[in-house]
Design a protein around this ligand. Structure first.
Ligand code: SF4
Length: 106
């Protein structure tokens, strides 16, 4: 899942990113959740079981805990996951978000 926003553009990075603005992130998340619903309604979606989920960017740790919970809840509501489905988050500010992620998954 692509979350493209970054506070700064790093010169060595080849990812497709966009400058972070709170309003831009909010609009993107609204569209992302809508796209999640659309994808889940596709004829092939019922045959998909997630065994890993990667959230990268961009900088997914720009999402606050509530936004992270909303994204994870929508994916969980729309798609079947294996019990041991791994989650991969491309993070900055790891120390700051580690407690939030731990709270979400406990
Ligand atoms: S995705 Fe990571 S490495 Fe690339 S510009 Fe954003 S913060 Fe820098």
């Amino acid at each position: 899942m692509h979350l493209p926003f970054c506070v700064e553009r790093c010169g060595y990075c080849s990812f497709n990113t966009a400058p972070y603005t709170p309003g831009g992130l909010d609009r993107f998340l609204t569209a992302l959740l809508r796209e999640c619903d659309l994808a889940a309604g596709a004829p092939w979606a019922g045959g998909v079981t997630l065994d890993s989920l990667f959230l990268g960017g961009g900088t997914p740790s720009l999402l606050d805990a509530e936004q992270m919970a909303i994204v994870l809840a929508r994916i969980g509501a729309r798609f079947v996951s294996f019990p041991d489905c791994s989650h991969w988050w491309q993070l900055q500010r790891v120390g700051e978000v580690a407690a939030e992620l731990e709270a979400l998954w406990s």
